[in-house]
Ligand binder design. Sequence first.
Ligand SMILES: *Cc1c(COP(=O)(O)O)cnc(C)c1O
Length: 301
Amino acid sequence: MNITEIKNTLLEEAEVRLFVKREDLNRPFPDNPAVSGNKWRKLKYNLFQAKKERQDTLLTFGGAYSNHIHAVAAVGKSTNFKTIGLIRGEETLPLNPTLEFAKQQGMRIHYLDRQTYRKKHQLNFLEDLKERFGRFYLLPEGGTNQLALEGCAEMVDELDFDFDVIACACGTGGTLAGIIKGLKGEKKALGFPVLKGNFLQKEIEQLLGTESFQNWKLEPDYHFGGYARFDETLLKFIEQFKVNHNILLDPIYTGKLFFGIFDLVEKQVFTPKTRLLAIHTGGLQGWGGFNKRNKFNELTN
Ligand SMILES: *Cc1c(COP(=O)(O)O)cnc(C)c1O
């Protein structure tokens, strides 16, 4: 359990304490540091299931910069599964750092035009894929399914730590849904969607199924324009966070999470004495796509 406290005058004045659970430092396979963060949590029980089904190949979908694609490629390499990644859009050469890494890890990469990509949930399309690629264990885009929720619930189960509110960034909402399950109706969960639109509430409710909990909420105002969008303000915030706390955030997920938390603290949304626990879900590989600006090197040096 790797938890550190963030201290600054804003938090002090609000009398709020903020802790970070460093899932980004998780190394289930020490020789493969790319397996880490919430993406590992989401894959863990899927791997057990795939083994149980005597599958030897994992197939999944994602965008060209996807943390999920990166994680599946790395996990496959470390657990001796073959991996196939079906990437949205056309091939661009040279490969971006995410796909270059995935290829190095042994992932077979294929591209689907956007129209075909949209069919990824259709049964007959999946049948076609079986004909083309042989038998495989299917991981959905973003890795969210019921087994992923179980893995994420463990982040809460294993906590031996006093907190009132737990917070994470949300893409598909699988991580938050798992956390909500893990809380079993106690304490409070806050999700910070990084995508625009209000579809996520319903999707998380669907993921939770008959287990409806009231102790969670989404904070919809911190997506910065949508998935993979951000501005100078966010980049400055991330830079300053690194300088002040020596923790690197990413511009897609965790940067938005901590920006949102600080903003809510400033708006006095949390009553004094509240203990917040934010999950650093990882995703630092995403900085690879920033090579042009060299932001990552700047921040890590
Ligand atoms: C994928 C990802 C998320 C979002 O997880 P979901 O389960 O899709 O909501 C959050 N943080 C990071 C770093 C991620 O890579």
